[in-house]
Design a protein around this ligand. Structure first.
Ligand SMILES: O=c1ccc(O)c[nH]1
Length: 349
């Protein structure tokens, strides 16, 4: 259902408060043609009501001649900030950047974060933002999961559909997505509510079966039949199945880049308010699919870049696939059982 301007402003004030926006803070809002106008209006009003000094920079789209879709995650790497020294300077001079256009997986995003500027990404439509508004409870759950993940050296994922894959861990930190950026140099995505990390480079081996009903992003399709990925030494070596597999293969082949077949992040969903079915209620271009990435109990794996954790793999090809019904263990300890998140000791901070 649509959201009133008042309710959306209140939601933005809540989240920007969690981002610790203070009176006098410099905040730059980045927009492009995909930006939802009501989000821009609400974010601007909310920021000014908190006393922030607001700058809005509207950026021109790029890569139209290369991308197969208009989805923000359909072609990564270069962004409208690439080579835009004026806009980058404004971001570097800001305490917070509100990204309404998706900088994710870009060198520019890393430069901005390394300067100490915080980034809050928010590219979903207003009603999804309001339904999945982040809370301190979300943060506590994600932090508890991060403690488990960062202490682990081995993730084993299995499913009745045939997934049986092992990831060695430890080379990279956990990335916590709970929906607000409150610490210096931190990035987060509203909406979210999931935990992820990258496997040690070259140490992912086994098979992943994308089962009927699992979602393939950015294709935004519910698979109608199994897609089997063989993974060896950190790379997908084969993709087999029916039409869905052919579509995924063609999408990935279009980048002509072996690095697009590398394992990217792995983790699991923790957001009870996010739903696997949400994508079925939207036209594909109305959403970037964050319910799919965040629904509690998913096993979310992805292929392609590793810039977010200091890697150098900046391939433009990025695939996110949240699977249902998987079981995840960390060093033999059950964390998710057939798509159900087992209790975590959230209390101890
Ligand atoms: O929030 C996000 C969105 C996409 C992605 O691949 C990771 N995290």
């Amino acid at each position: 259902m649509p959201v009133s301007d008042y309710d959306l402003c209140e939601a933005w004030k809540h989240v920007l408060g969690l981002c610790r926006v203070n009176r006098g803070d410099n905040v730059t809002i980045l927009t492009d043609r995909s930006t939802h106008p009501q989000n821009l209006r609400a974010a601007t009003i909310a920021l000014q009501s908190l006393g922030a000094v607001v700058t809005r920079i509207d950026l021109q789209p790029v890569d139209a001649e290369k991308a197969l879709s208009r989805d923000a995650f359909g072609y990564l790497g270069t962004t409208p900030l690439t080579g835009n020294e004026a806009a980058l300077a404004a971001c570097l001079a800001s305490d917070l950047v509100v990204d309404l256009m998706v900088l994710l997986f870009s060198d520019e995003q890393q430069k901005i974060l390394e300067s100490g500027t915080r980034i809050l990404l928010a590219a979903e439509p207003p009603e999804i933002l309001v339904r999945l508004i982040p809370t301190e409870v979300d943060k506590a759950r994600v932090n508890a999961a991060a403690r488990l993940l960062e202490a682990a050296s081995r993730m084993h994922v299995t499913s009745d559909a045939g997934t049986d894959v092992v990831f060695s861990l430890g080379q990279y930190p956990a990335v916590k997505e709970y929906g607000f950026a409150e610490e210096r140099g931190r990035w987060d995505h509203w909406p979210s509510g999931f935990i992820l990390t990258w496997p040690n480079e070259g140490h992912s081996n086994g098979r992943i079966v994308i089962d009927r009903g699992d979602i393939v992003l950015p294709l935004k399709r519910y698979a109608t039949g199994p897609i089997t990925l063989e993974i060896k030494d950190g790379y997908v070596t084969s993709i087999s199945g029916g039409t869905d597999a052919e579509l995924l293969r063609e999408f990935m082949e279009s980048f002509n880049d072996r690095e697009g077949y590398a394992m990217s992040h792995v983790g699991w969903g923790l957001q009870d308010r996010a739903k696997w079915s949400t994508l079925s209620f939207y036209d594909r271009e109305q959403t970037i699919g964050m319910d799919a990435r965040a629904f509690a109990g998913n096993f979310l794996f992805s292929l392609g870049p590793n810039l977010e954790v200091g890697g150098t793999r900046n391939t433009a090809c990025h695939v996110d696939v949240p699977l249902r019904g998987c079981s995840i263990t960390l060093d033999g300890k059950a964390i998710v059982e057939r798509g159900i998140v087992l209790n975590m000791n959230v209390e101890d901070q």
